[in-house]
Design a protein around this ligand. Structure first.
Ligand SMILES: *Cc1c(COP(=O)(O)O)cnc(C)c1O
Length: 455
């Protein structure tokens, strides 16, 4: 009998997160104070984020970090998630490759984001915080955070990118269902928002503008902490639960991946799935290939530069060493809202530099074509973000068809697209298009990046 799904029992769920920083051949360079350019320590970050998250952020020593029992208890609400062999997709492609996907779309709110929302709210609650704030692009993180805040009795305020509020109207309804306050960004409720609207009244908003506003709220409101759904090291740490489960589940299937693929916004679902496997490349001589799939309209890994840059549009955050398109880069209004971010996480940026992984960029129409094929074969409508991973997987599977290689490919299904139907509707009606990013636009946004790295 061909087994389709591999599922761990609750007692088999990993009880520690994996911190790849401890095992990296070259550690990520430190975040810098934007004024003094001095490396930042835990105390410098702890007025913005929950302190324990700051400790985890800068921990380059411990490979394994215990998951608090109170977090594990909430993980058991929905974990483990299934590892699935995509037989129907393989058949449709006529590929000899074995394709597996780790299905995070079964989580509460339909994406992997809840895996980090829970510990971030737990640590905030532990230190006596009453309010949390954040930004959200596509709305997935805002929804997950709203629910996690409710689980721990915290009040949540979410700045949502204006353009996605219009493209994806029900996201804010979901957040309000969980009791969060939702504001479209840029807004007039913060100094950062006012400045951006004054410069550009029609600004559609970006993750960068929303981060500026949420950080300002957190630093000017007592007992309020900022939380972030991607990019930072501690978020990838929490998401490692995905890959640690997948490692056990691949063993149940009697296989080990030759290729691991995930879509790439800031790196949290990629890191979560990939890092536990990458540790075997670093420590045990495995040769798995790691591919991060990004949109051609926001291609920081394939066309960005490795520089110290701000995490937000207004330049409030620390300077982070990352592959960036420039902190005021304005990505095209593609439907994969969660991938419209100008920079890559610090860990991934270092790993790309060191050749341990690489990016591929994919145009919007190819991603939706892949999403449609996946829906019609495996029966799950993927999030527009996740379709990037599927498109990259299909490229690899087609190569296998040509070469006859029986590669084992594992990809991350980071979320479902059931509240992204306006995007699918537009694709089906032929109203979506590709976006070319010109060298001139890229040069312009890069010209405002501080040049602190000489190489
Ligand atoms: C947020 C999101 C992403 C992109 O964020 P990463 O940190 O790169 O994972 C991808 N897929 C889904 C479904 C998301 O919600």
């Amino acid at each position: 009998m061909k087994q389709k799904k591999f599922i761990l029992q609750e007692h088999e769920i990993p009880t520690q997160w994996y911190n790849i920083q401890a095992d990296m051949p070259n550690k990520p360079m430190p975040p810098l104070n934007p004024k003094t350019h001095e490396p930042l320590g835990v105390d410098d970050l702890a007025h913005i984020f929950p302190r324990e998250c700051c400790v985890q952020e800068l921990d380059t020593e411990h490979s394994w970090i215990d998951i608090p029992e109170e977090v594990l208890e909430k993980y058991r609400f929905y974990r483990s998630t299934p590892l699935v062999r995509a037989y129907a997709l393989e058949e449709a492609l006529g590929t000899p490759a074995h394709i597996y996907f780790k299905n995070e779309s079964t989580n509460p709110l339909g994406s992997h984001k809840i895996n980090s929302a829970i510990p971030q709210c737990y640590y905030a609650k532990q230190e006596g915080t009453t309010n949390v704030t954040t930004e959200t692009g596509a709305g997935q993180w805002g929804m997950a955070l709203s629910y996690a805040a409710k689980l721990y009795g915290l009040d949540a305020a979410v700045y949502q990118v204006k353009i996605t509020m219009q493209q994806k109207p029900y996201r804010s309804s979901v957040m309000r269902t969980f009791g969060a306050a939702v504001v479209g960004s840029p807004s007039m409720s913060t100094r950062a928002g006012k400045d951006i609207i004054t410069r550009d009244p029609m600004h559609p908003g970006s993750l960068g503008t929303a981060i500026s506003e949420a950080v300002e709220l957190a630093t000017t409101t007592p007992n309020c902490k900022y939380t972030l759904g991607s990019v930072l090291n501690h978020v990838a740490l929490h998401q490692s639960i995905i890959g640690l489960e997948a490692e056990k589940q691949m063993a149940m299937a009697g296989e080990y991946p030759d290729t691991v693929i995930a879509c790439f916004g800031g790196g949290s679902n990629f890191g979560g799935l990939a890092f536990p496997f990458m540790r075997h490349n670093i420590l045990d001589g495995k040769t798995t290939e790691f591919i991060a799939a990004e949109p051609a309209s926001c291609p920081k890994l394939t066309r960005g530069k490795f520089e110290y840059d701000f995490g937000d549009e207004a330049g409030y955050t620390p300077l982070l060493p990352m592959f960036t398109l420039g902190h005021d880069f304005k990505p095209a209004n593609i439907h994969a809202g969660g991938l419209r971010y100008h920079g890559a996480g610090m860990i991934v940026s270092q790993l790309v530099k060191d050749g341990l992984m690489h990016g591929v960029d994919i145009q919007q129409l190819e991603t939706f074509e892949a999403g449609m094929l996946f829906a019609r074969t495996e029966g799950i409508i993927p999030a527009p973000e996740s379709t990037h991973a599927i498109a990259a997987t299909i490229r690899e599977a087609k190569k296998c068809k040509e070469t006859g290689e029986e590669k084992v490919i594992l990809f991350g299904l980071s979320g479902h697209g059931l509240i992204d139907m306006p995007s699918y509707e537009a694709y089906i009606n032929g109203d979506l298009r590709n976006y070319e990013l010109t060298d001139a636009d890229l040069q312009q946004s890069m010209s405002r990046v501080p040049k602190l790295i000489n190489d």
